[in-house]
Design a protein around this ligand. Sequence first.
Ligand code: BMA
Length: 325
Amino acid sequence: MKLEIKGSPLPNIPWQPRAAGNEDYVWRYSANPVIDRRPLPRVTGIYNSAVVPFDGAFTGVFRTEGMDRIPHLHVGRSPDGIKWTFEPRRIEFINADPEVTRHEYAYDPRVTLIDGIHYVTWCNGYHGPTIGVARTRDFVRFEQLENAFLPYNRNGVLFPRKLGGKFAMLSRPSDTGHTPFGDIFFSESPDLVHWGRHRHVMGRGGEWWQGTKIGAGPSPIETSEGWLLFYHGVINTCNGFVYSMGAALLDLETPWRLRARLKESILTAEAPYELAGLVPGVCFPVGCLCDAPSGRIAIYYGAADTVSALCFCDASEIVERILNA
Ligand code: BMA
């Protein structure tokens, strides 16, 4: 299959070829974690964070947690996607209406480039978790927009282009706590304020690794076979939830129609840094880089709610596996 990826070349993508003998769909960076705990004074974890190419280098929005364990968002910058420095102050979002910028907590950011502007979506505390939305041109000034949904919702992930003239978002309606359910839904908006035409995309269940809940990961990658979506799937074990990574293909023009999805997870908690941390047993994908046309993909994922790790895959190979699932 000759897969076409809609996107820009990214020759400096962080990359490591698959080790000989490794038959997994996705392989880990050998020097993981890329970002260790304590990146700033009194920050005990930095994870579930989104990285994008910016000005020939890389930037990102990172979830940090300090000694009070309340998550906030910080900007990070890197020449190569591996070595990072972080703004010591959390992002101060701007809006004339203080109700919009009212800050309780912010976590699990995604960053999506649409028509030359970077949009940040995250789990935003507003009387319970909902989806915060902001835009930036320079990663210095962030204008916060209205929350996309009523509480409770998590994992709001924008598509990198408008569909039928509308912004499009995946999300996962939830509850106030460690939600014991969850499917992925699609919504669209003409103006990033009013969201509607909600559609069910795909559900939990079936294979045990994704039996409890699922949620979209990084922004979908557009390919000639459909939108390639990495997501997290959760199993409820006698020791609590375990988070793995899955892959699916959504229809290009009607992305609430699932084309196919892998039955197996593509990455599950196995490495020491995924099994030991503040929440052991978590692989949580949020950011993704892709070099079109080579199809090299680098996925940033939070490990054990403590550190940030990197894994790699090949777009053609993973799409072919999904289509043959
Ligand atoms: C989810 C979110 C994620 C976290 C995961 C595992 O509900 O809070 O940020 O990684 O739980 O604790």
